[in-house]
Design a binder for this molecule. Structure first.
Ligand SMILES: CC(C)(COP(=O)(O)OP(=O)(O)OC[C@H]1O[C@@H](n2cnc3c(N)ncnc32)[C@H](O)[C@@H]1OP(=O)(O)O)[C@@H](O)C(=O)NCCC(=O)NCCSC(=O)C[C@H](O)C(=O)O
Ligand SMILES: [Mg+2]
Length: 286
């Protein structure tokens, strides 16, 4: 499912061990949920969280929100059991952490079968180098930037402008766009800092991400606003499409709107804005 059919502006992590948070998410206006069995769950709570998650997904109640389960890496003591337990639980996708190469995805596919979409965490330097190969794997439907692990592995500083991460972030976006799959940005750790989150969402939107992964309900509306087309973008898209159609009808290949040229490629971009706006409206009409 790409972002013109389903929005991924807000993708909220929920620890698979937190029953109250799992329940609360049924009423949050988030486009997608990552039910987490990995870093948000302590080692001695993994088995219980896995069971709770299977039961929670079977109960349902998450409406149109996309349901993605992050399992532990298959190289850990929990990963294989996670994959086996969750493959038929009703998730829309399985998210695999610490992916380095497409063979990691093949290994998961051997366990869950080839029908359930796989999303991958892009959070190691090796994954950034292999982003193209990972994104173009036939079963991969989405990439998630793991900026905390990337920062750790790079040994870089955490900066507000994310300069040290920029190469990796752009490689991830480019790989996703080349493969025409969904791509979402990493988390903003200061979850009570709305202004900081807004700035980082705007940066992610500028870079081309479809949305942002989040860790707290207070972050959802900020991401939903930042990654939605604005009213003026939607209005301009409509005028560009109309002007271009008028030009074509009179035998010309270029229109001019607000002093700027409109060619076929701009029309494609305008149609994408309209598709995204429709997908968001459908999501809201629950
Ligand atoms: C960060 C938190 C530990 C804060 O928790 P808490 O102090 O309980 O927050 P609040 O009291 O403000 O919570 C208010 C209500 O909201 C619910 N809640 C909190 N968080 C979530 C959530 N993520 N989803 C749904 N609901 C949530 C609380 O239950 C309260 O509900 P109520 O009592 O009914 O009012 C906590 O937010 C948290 O655990 N967040 C998730 C952290 C997480 O998932 N981390 C792992 C993912 S990030 C990562 O791994 C990055 C990546 O891999 C990388 O490398 O970068
Ligand atoms: Mg991580």
């Amino acid at each position: 499912m790409d972002s013109s059919m389903h929005p991924y502006r807000s993708v909220l992590y929920i620890p698979g061990s937190k029953e109250r948070a799992l329940d609360k998410a049924r009423s949050l206006p988030t486009d997608a949920i990552i039910f987490d069995l990995e870093d948000a769950v302590a080692p001695d709570a993994k088995a219980e969280a896995r069971q709770l998650l299977v039961e929670t997904l079977r109960q349902g109640g998450y409406g149109k929100r996309s349901k993605i389960v992050r399992i532990n890496a298959l190289t850990t003591e929990w990963g294989l059991e996670d994959a086996r337990a969750l493959r038929d639980a009703g998730a829309d996708a399985i998210l695999l952490p610490k992916v380095n190469t497409s063979s990691d995805i093949d290994n998961l596919s051997d366990v869950i079968g080839s029908d359930l979409p796989i999303w991958t965490m892009m959070e190691t330097p090796v994954s950034a180098f292999n982003a193209r190969e990972i994104a173009s794997h036939a079963q991969v439907a989405g990439l998630v930037a793991g900026t905390n692990d990337l920062t750790k592995d790079l040994g870089c500083r955490t900066r507000a402008d994310r300069l040290p991460l920029m190469t990796a972030l752009q490689m991830i976006v480019m790989a996703a766009r080349a493969a025409r799959i969904v791509v979402v940005d990493g988390v903003y750790n200061r979850f009570r800092d709305g202004d900081g989150l807004k700035a980082e969402c705007e940066q992610g939107r500028d870079l081309g991400f479809d949305g942002k992964t989040l860790i707290h309900p207070a972050q959802v509306e900020i991401a939903n606003t930042a990654f939605a087309p604005t009213n003026s973008e939607i209005e301009l898209a409509a005028r560009q499409i109309a002007a271009y159609e008028e030009s074509r009808a009179s035998g010309q290949g270029i229109a001019v709107v607000d002093g700027q040229i409109v060619e076929n490629l701009h029309v494609v971009a305008a149609q994408r804005i309209q598709a995204k706006a429709r997908a968001i409206a459908e999501m809201a009409a629950e």
